[in-house]
Design a protein around this ligand. Sequence first.
Ligand SMILES: [Zn+2]
Length: 256
Amino acid sequence: MIIDTHSHIYMDEDYADDKAEVVERLKTAGVGKVILPNVDLSTIPQMHALADTDTDLFSCAMGLHPTEVKEDWQNVLDEMFTYLPQRKYCALGEIGIDLYWEDDFRDIQIKAFEQQVDVAIQNNLPIIIHQRKALDECTASLKKFDKSKLHGVFHCFTGNIHEAEQMMKLGDFVLGIGGVVTFKNAGVAAAVKDIPLDRIVLETDSPYLAPVPKRGQRNETAFITYTAAKVAEIKEMDVDAVAEATSKNAMEMFGL
Ligand SMILES: [Zn+2]
């Protein structure tokens, strides 16, 4: 059984015509659980709708994605937090800091991130972190909190072993390995060799970052088998053993 710890296959925009087929294909591929992280207010009904079709298969994470943090962020978060007592969420996510495109919203991204980390701690939930060109900022934010209460995943890990170690030192954190690990010349493959298997979970980040040989196409959760195979190749292990170990890590981290 494989677990996809990060998938947006609920999004109407990207899976308008074939959501049911995408779900069938992931089951055929051996995926037993899928975490659906939220993006903004508009994606909440889409996420809940897909999750309600199969509550054993899907788990939702509630949160505001850093690239969607705008001037109205406090009102957005206040509304999001009202959902938390209403149903089961496996994490706060995806949350974080993204300084890749522009940093006009840098200060409010940091405020929104820290507030969501605080709420995760209050609810004893793990966090799904999205950071891009912002590891130092994320580190500074997380260091403001009690390390013993911080747990979760640095999703879409593409860094080197030093960055992996920096992340793992911040609390009980695992690293989300996705399609990038299959890309030619991807430095992350070298890091994956050195990261202990009990600190790795698998993900697709669908619809983005499809693994080779689907690179460039719309990604979907079934393609996680290519990523699992690549991690097995790097670790010189059997793919079933990688699937089993990473699924165990995901179940323990997210209480699945
Ligand atoms: Zn995502």
